[in-house]
Ligand binder design. Structure first.
Ligand code: GLU
Length: 468
């Protein structure tokens, strides 16, 4: 069997949106799973709407998602000669012809068809004229007058299109440029694409594309048209549903693995499994389980998956992305053992990396910002003595370990006749500035002895100053 060759052909007219990323992902996964090839092609023939900024943004987003390509990016604007060659071939073999009808003539034909209760379309006037290339001629494909063109689709099953309703459509404009469907088919043929998974908004193009394949005597690829992604209101996903671009999810602190895990589940299933690592997906992905019904984008589900992926990663894996976000917060952190410990304390309680960066802040600053309400409640005059005793005891610990800290806590609880919380909360506020943090012991151990002692003493001093 021939190796699978898939493709992703974005039009560079904006960022990589969630729907496009999902299409790229399906094609990429299938190529990776079958040890096939995944080709990237930039469909930039609409030169007015295409931009290199968009191309860069799309490539960047794909790279961030970890969707790598084996060939390309190819650019359609660099392939105009190839399209011209194929169009000439179609004319020479009698599958296409030059047409010199003026726009007015075409309008009149449409009117006539409409008047007869038919679909408004070109009537084939130049079909048998044998015109040659000249100014103002377009090239049209000779399409069958009767019968059906069936799109065999691995997702949707067969869809039949009436040939009588398809006119001899234009494949080359009068300025010599190729029309979209021609360029796509020529690219797919010459690039050896044999599997095409794309959004079902393209299904309408597929019968025309099939006629071009047939006219060129080329084998048809396997087609799979996947339903669109919908917003929670069941309308097609759009800007008003919130973040649309992949880049926005990066900025919001989502992990690429979580995003691809979430996207793949919007249209593919493997039993009721929800959590997939990248490796797992490559092993399990198949075309048989692409779904027929549209799925709704649910931000909460994505966030829940993100939390699970954050927990599943190792601290050194998370560190580079976290450091970038910390930098945005004005914190210069290193990818070192300290940061790894910090991450480990925050992994179980961070839904996004942005959340993690914000929660990590107190570890890095010289002195934590003390929340006034928390201070009023927990850094009270009667805690100053206790805090100083704890600082001294920690300072004297030969080994800064959980065991050592627990012993100190026990002694203070007994000496001051206080429950655990009455000690832990003031301590937490002293060290982090707030009442919410990772577990007290793991947090102190990550922070380190020196910073811990320093912060507790600072808090005790603050209390004493206030009492003056
Ligand atoms: N360029 C098209 C798009 O961005 C994709 C065409 C195709 O998959 O055949 O929607």
């Amino acid at each position: 069997m021939k190796p699978v060759v898939t493709r992703f052909p974005p039009s560079p007219t904006g960022f990589l949106h969630i729907g496009g990323a999902r299409t790229a992902l399906f094609n990429w996964l299938y190529a990776r799973k079958t040890n096939g090839k995944f080709i990237l092609r930039i469909e930039d023939t609409d030169e007015a709407r295409s931009s290199t900024d968009s191309t860069d943004a799309i490539l960047d987003a794909l790279q961030w998602l970890g969707i790598d390509w084996d060939e390309g990016p190819y650019f359609q604007t660099e392939r105009k000669d190839i399209y011209r060659r194929y169009i000439r071939k179609l004319v020479e073999t009698g599958h296409a012809y030059y047409c010199s009808c003026t726009p007015d003539e075409i309008t009149a034909m449409r009117e006539q068809a409409r008047a007869r209760g038919l679909k408004p379309m070109y009537n084939g006037k130049c079909r048998e004229k044998g015109l040659s290339d000249s100014d103002n001629t377009v090239v049209r494909l000779k399409t069958p007058d009767a019968g059906v063109t069936v799109v065999e689709d691995i997702v949707k099953g067969d869809t039949a299109f009436q040939n009588a309703e398809m006119d001899d459509f234009i494949i080359q404009r009068s300025d010599g440029s190729a029309m979209y469907n021609l360029a796509v088919v020529v690219d797919d043929i010459t690039m050896g694409i044999n599997t095409i998974i794309r959004g079902d908004d393209h299904l309408i193009n597929t019968p025309k594309q099939i006629l071009i394949y047939k006219a060129l005597g080329a084998d048809l690829p396997v087609f799979g048209h996947v339903p669109m992604v919908l917003g929670p209101d069941k309308a097609r996903l759009s800007k008003r549903h919130g973040a649309m671009s992949v880049g926005e999810y990066r900025n919001m602190g989502y992990l690429p693995d979580a995003v691809i895990n979430y996207l793949v589940r919007l249209g593919w299933s493997h039993g009721d499994q929800e959590f997939f690592t990248r490796k797992d997906l490559i092993q399990k992905f198949d075309l048989e389980h692409l779904g027929r019904s549209a799925s709704m984008f649910d931000m909460q589900k994505l966030t829940a998956l993100n939390a699970r992926h954050i927990q599943a990663k190792s601290a050194p894996d998370l560190a580079p992305s976290l450091l970038l976000l910390l930098k945005d917060l004005g914190i210069a952190a290193e990818n070192d053992v300290f940061t790894h410990k910090v991450i480990e304390t925050l992994q179980p309680r961070s839904k996004t990396l942005v959340e993690m960066a914000e929660s990590a802040r107190f570890y890095y600053v010289d002195a934590p910002d003390i929340d006034e309400k928390a201070a009023a409640r927990f850094l009270t005059a009667d805690t100053a003595d206790m805090l100083t005793r704890i600082a001294d005891a920690i300072d004297n610990l030969p080994d800064f370990t959980q065991d050592g800290l627990e012993k100190i806590f026990k002694k203070i609880m007994a000496d001051f006749n206080l429950g655990f919380g009455k000690i832990a909360q003031p301590l937490r506020v002293a060290v982090t500035g707030t009442t919410v943090s990772p577990g007290i012991f793991e947090m102190l151990l990550a922070l380190g002895k020196e910073k811990t002692v320093h912060r507790i003493r600072q808090a005790a001093a603050r209390i004493s100053n206030q009492a003056l």
